[in-house]
Design a protein around this ligand. Structure first.
Ligand SMILES: [Zn+2]
Length: 295
């Protein structure tokens, strides 16, 4: 686990409940001929159904909206797990990330930025059980019961709405409500809901999304802050994973696969190099770095 300390993280404070930390998964290796015993496998999409070997990982970074520097924590390889009958996946990787954070950073509280893959009862409950908060994408198609509850609350006049126009003429429209059951399977798990649409001066939709969050939405300002926290997922999609893949690090290049953990260890070392680059480019950051868990 990568450890950051030194009291220099105030620059990254955004929510008082914890540091904003989006998580995203990506593929780092795929081959039909090279493999190790930790490779996940799938069948190729061709008539012969050739076996394809692959590795993925879940990346997690401390970020702050408006700040280009990101601080990656130890990524979690998504590889074949011991005694597992199925391939490893991002949700299982998140469980290991949470375990690792509790072990290595027991004092560190986070607001996890999650995509729709994670916005399910068991996963979000697990996040809360570790004392972290979440802002998770809530796709309409996955959350019909949630939307029905929001509509019920809207009829009762409990849903708040507001719109503002920025200097570029873009309109930002919100509606939000606190205290909605996540779904029918978990009626006891109560979340808060934000819907957001950005349109340009011609009325064209530039961005829209909905989130469920464990953060309380006290007012319009609070709602805007949560929206910015949710949109900060691009900091891991673009500033982190795109940089690592396409801007010099060659994350997906096979520098050597090995028989056990070489591939995963090289990937983790690449994240360590990226972290050092980020520290150097982010002026004023002086962090103590410890790197372990190389297997
Ligand atoms: Zn492998």
């Amino acid at each position: 686990m990568l450890t950051v300390s030194g009291g220099k993280l105030k620059k990254f404070q955004y929510f008082k409940e914890g540091y904003l930390a989006p998580i995203d998964g990506t593929q780092t290796f795929t081959s039909k001929s090279i493999s190790c015993k930790n490779c996940c496998t799938k069948n190729a999409d061709n008539p012969k159904k050739t076996t394809v070997y692959y590795h993925q990982l879940s990346a997690i970074c401390l970020v702050k909206p408006g700040l280009k520097t990101v601080l990656p924590l130890m990524p979690e390889p998504i590889t074949q797990q011991k005694d597992a009958s199925k391939n490893d996946c991002e949700v299982r990787a998140l469980e290991r990330i949470l375990e690792g954070l509790a072990r290595e950073h027991y004092h560190l509280k986070l607001v996890l930025g999650l995509d729709g893959l994670y916005s399910k009862g068991p996963t979000l409950k697990l996040v809360r059980s570790y004392g972290h908060h979440f802002i998770a994408v809530a796709k309409d198609t996955d959350h019909k019961a949630l939307l029905e509850s929001v509509e019920d609350l809207d009829r009762e006049g409990k849903v708040q709405r507001f719109t503002y126009t920025d200097k570029r003429g873009h309109r930002h429209s919100f509606h939000y409500v606190n205290g909605v059951p996540l779904n029918k399977s978990h009626p006891d798990f109560i979340v808060n809901y934000v819907n957001y649409v950005e349109t340009d001066p011609d009325g064209k939709v530039k961005y829209f999304n909905s989130w469920v969050t464990s953060l309380p939405i006290h007012n319009h300002m609070c709602c805007m802050k949560i929206m910015r926290g949710g949109r900060a997922r691009w900091l891991i999609e673009n500033e982190t994973l795109n940089t690592l893949k396409n801007l010099g690090y060659s994350l997906e290049h096979n520098f050597g696969h090995g028989e056990d953990n070489l591939s995963s260890n090289l990937t983790c070392l690449m994240f360590l190099a990226f972290l050092i680059d980020q520290i150097i480019s982010g002026s004023g950051l002086a962090l103590c770095i410890r790197f372990s868990k190389l297997r």
